[in-house]
Write a new protein. Structure first.
Lengths: 200, 63
């Protein structure tokens, strides 16, 4: 859940903010992208994404919850074609299916400079309708896993053929490491002795 | 309530205000059109940001 907003509401009151955000959300789902102030865009983003999540669920309860925010009930023809329908219908039947592959992050805010009259920071908030591309990290992880599995298979084959030699090698390695540990201890003693002599 | 005893001189007022300074914004170079732009904002010259185009960002001398 997004962090609750602190500080004053948009428009001066809680009810006014709700109205502003509802109108912004309606416009966003009507046009796909809107230009507004950065502050409004940032407040709108969590609301719009929650509405899209509900639209993806698609049942009657979700539709009623979304309808309680988006109250624009006038049916209209999109692009002047086809049957007239409402924004809620468009959200559930046209926008939500396009986000089936996407797990959150349905909207994107981009800053576009300042307004002339009051120097307010403007931003474009838009629906992210591009196809989902797998993240680089995930791709790298998958490739790494594939390589590891290949290596493990190869190692298993080698072990089958030369298990005895491997055991011998391991024993040798253990002895070597033990010797190394001893030598390091000796070195440490010497270092301490040297430090003592320096102090004297 | 504490109130000023004397009118503040023009000199003192102006000396105080001389410390009100604006700082220049730091600019980056647009990777698309090489013109200066603010970082994290779509380019006002060509409208590009992160490979996408925003016509809303375009600004001329007078707008």
């Amino acid at each position: 859940m997004p962090t609750p907003t602190k500080g004053p509401r948009l428009g001066g009151g809680s009810a006014h903010e709700r109205q502003i955000l509802a109108n912004l959300a309606t416009s966003l789902f009507e046009h796909g992208r809107i230009t507004t102030t950065l502050t409004r865009a940032k407040r709108l983003q969590p609301l719009a994404e929650r509405l899209i999540t509900k639209a993806k669920r698609g049942d009657l309860h979700a539709r009623r919850q979304v309808s309680s925010v988006i109250r624009n009930k006038t049916p209209r023809r999109w692009n002047g074609e086809g049957d007239a329908y409402t924004i809620v219908h468009r959200l559930f039947n046209e926008i939500a299916p396009q986000f089936a592959e996407r797990n959150g992050g349905y909207t994107r805010i981009t800053k576009v400079g300042t307004r002339k009259g009051d120097n307010a920071q403007l931003a474009v908030i838009e629906l992210v309708l591009e196809p989902v591309s797998p993240k680089q990290a995930v791709v790298r992880e998958a490739e790494g896993a594939a390589k590891r599995s290949v290596k493990e298979q190869a190692a298993a084959e080698v072990e089958d053929t030369a298990a005895e030699t491997a055991e011998v090698e391991e024993a040798a390695v253990e002895e070597a490491s033990a010797e190394e540990a001893e030598t390091t201890e000796v070195e440490a003693d010497e270092a301490e002795a040297a430090a003592d002599s320096d102090e004297k | 309530m504490a109130v000023p005893k004397r009118k503040m001189s023009r000199s003192n007022t102006r000396a105080r205000r001389s410390q009100w300074k604006a700082t220049a914004v730091s600019l980056a170079t647009c990777p698309q059109c090489k013109s200066p732009k603010q970082s994290h904002v779509a380019c006002p010259t060509c409208g590009n940001y992160n490979g996408r185009n925003y016509a809303e960002a375009l600004r001329s001398e007078h707008a």
